[in-house]
Design a protein around this ligand. Sequence first.
Ligand code: AMP
Ligand code: ZN
Length: 112
Amino acid sequence: MSDCLFCKIAAGEIPSKKLHEDELCYAFYDIDPQAPTHFLVIPKAHIPSVSGVDEANAPTVGHIFAVIAELTRTLGIESYRVVSNIGQQAGQSVPHLHFHVLAGRDMTWPPG
Ligand code: AMP
Ligand code: ZN
């Protein structure tokens, strides 16, 4: 999508602190970290949110979770939280599917 911030980051048109890239996804550190480790993993293809996941793009989402497991192993992170906000009330501010990976501090439950 031409006017999407995360499409532009995945394409390298807007700079980011890249952690990982492959043909399906892109991982980079959040610009406003909410934990000592806070990165985002996004599909390269534009999907608006989890609400846009279907049978056709579900393999990409499964791949993203495999990448999260591998990246956290590489970073030596054993405990972490994966969050995806869907829609305004849940706090989604960028309408391109992304999974937050947060680690390095105690987390509360339920989330606010
Ligand atoms: P959400 O509010 O769940 O849609 O998450 C969007 C996240 O993207 C927020 O945590 C922002 O801090 C992060 N963000 C926004 N712009 C950038 C950027 N240019 N580089 C890295 N992270 C960003
Ligand atoms: Zn996009």
